[in-house]
Design a protein. Structure first.
Length: 279
C-alpha cells in the first residue's frame, strides 16, 4: 500500500457578491459556496489544506469580501487564497491579514509547507485588466523559492491558465507571459503540477512538461464554445472541485487529481454481499 497521501483541495472562481445580489442577475454564488463548503467539510479523509485560486469576489468591493469572510467561517480546513482578475489585492490583504504573504506590498505570492511538500501560490492579477501576468517580482520570488530546495516536491497554483484552452473569449484573457513561467519550471524538476482557475471548467493539458489543470467552479461554468459560435456566455452545470493527492515516493512522488462533485448523492453502496458474491 502507498503511504498516506497529502490531500490538497482546490476551489476557484467563487465570485461572491454583496448579500442578496446574484451574479449576472441569475447565479446565487453565496449559496453555491455554502454547498461547496459542506462538501469540503464532509470529505473522508479530510483534506490537509485548501487552495482558493482566484476570483473570490466579483466586483470587487469591501462588502463582498466581508460577505466572503462570513461564508468561509464554517470551513474546517486551513486555506490560502490568491487573487484573480475580479479581485483587489488591497482588499484581499485586509480580508486575510493572517496569510503568509511573500511581500509586504504588491503581489500576494505565498509559500505553504505541508510536510514534505511545498505549495507555491502565484499572484497573476493585473489591476484593472482581465488577463493575467506574473510580475518580475513574482518570477524572481518563484525562482528563489524553487532554488531553495532540490529535493522537496512542489505544486504551483495561479489564477490564469498559461495555455490556450480553445474558448476564444477566455484565451484572450489567459497568462500573457507564460513563456517566462515555463522557463523557470523547466529549470526546476521538483514542480509536479500546475493548478489554475479562471475558465470555470475542468481542463487538463501539459505545460512545461508537467500536468496543468483548470479547476471547475462551484457556481456556473463558462460555455464550452470551441467553434466561436456564440457571444461570451455561461451555463449552470453540475459544480465540482479538485482534490490533489500527493503520494510520497521516489522522484518527487506521485500526484493524482480527482474531480469531486459538489452536493449530496446516493451511496456509497457495496458491490459485494456478506458472502463475497456480487450483488
Amino acid at each position: 500500500m502507498p503511504e498516506k497521501p497529502v490531500l490538497i483541495a482546490q476551489i476557484s472562481d467563487l465570485h461572491i457578491k454583496a448579500p442578496g445580489a446574484l451574479a449576472y442577475g441569475r447565479v446565487d454564488t453565496a449559496k453555491a459556496l455554502e454547498r461547496c463548503i459542506a462538501t469540503l467539510n464532509a470529505l473522508e479523509p479530510a483534506a490537509d489544506f485548501l487552495v482558493i485560486s482566484g476570483d473570490l469576489a466579483d466586483t470587487p468591493s469591501p462588502q463582498e469580501y466581508e460577505h466572503l469572510q462570513r461564508l468561509l467561517q464554517p470551513l474546517k480546513l486551513p486555506f490560502a487564497a490568491i487573487p484573480g482578475n475580479h479581485d483587489c489585492r488591497e482588499l484581499m490583504r485586509g480580508a486575510f491579514p493572517q496569510a503568509g504573504y511573500a511581500h509586504t506590498s504588491g503581489p500576494l505570492d505565498q509559500r505553504i509547507e505541508l510536510g514534505g511538500l511545498d505549495l507555491l501560490l502565484l499572484d497573476s492579477n493585473v489591476p484593472g485588466a482581465p488577463h493575467g501576468e506574473l510580475a518580475p517580482r513574482t518570477l524572481q520570488w518563484l525562482e528563489a523559492a524553487l532554488a531553495a530546495s532540490a529535493d522537496r516536491p512542489a505544486l504551483v497554483f495561479l489564477h490564469h491558465p498559461p495555455f490556450v484552452a480553445g474558448i476564444w473569449h477566455m484565451d484572450r484573457q489567459n497568462l500573457r507571459n507564460a513563456d517566462e513561467l515555463a522557463a523557470i519550471l523547466l529549470r526546476h524538476p521538483r514542480v509536479r503540477h500546475i493548478g489554475c482557475g479562471h475558465v470555470h471548467r475542468a481542463t487538463l493539458t501539459m505545460f512545461a512538461g508537467r500536468p496543468c489543470t483548470i479547476c471547475p467552479a462551484p457556481n456556473h461554468a463558462v460555455d464550452l464554445d470551441l467553434a466561436h459560435l456564440r457571444e461570451p456566455s455561461f451555463k449552470v452545470e453540475p459544480p465540482a472541485l479538485h482534490l490533489h493527492a500527493w503520494f510520497p515516493g521516489e522522484r518527487f512522488g506521485d500526484l493524482v487529481t480527482h474531480q469531486v462533485p459538489i452536493g449530496e448523492f446516493d451511496g456509497p453502496h457495496p458491490f459485494f454481499g456478506p458472502d463475497g458474491k456480487l450483488l
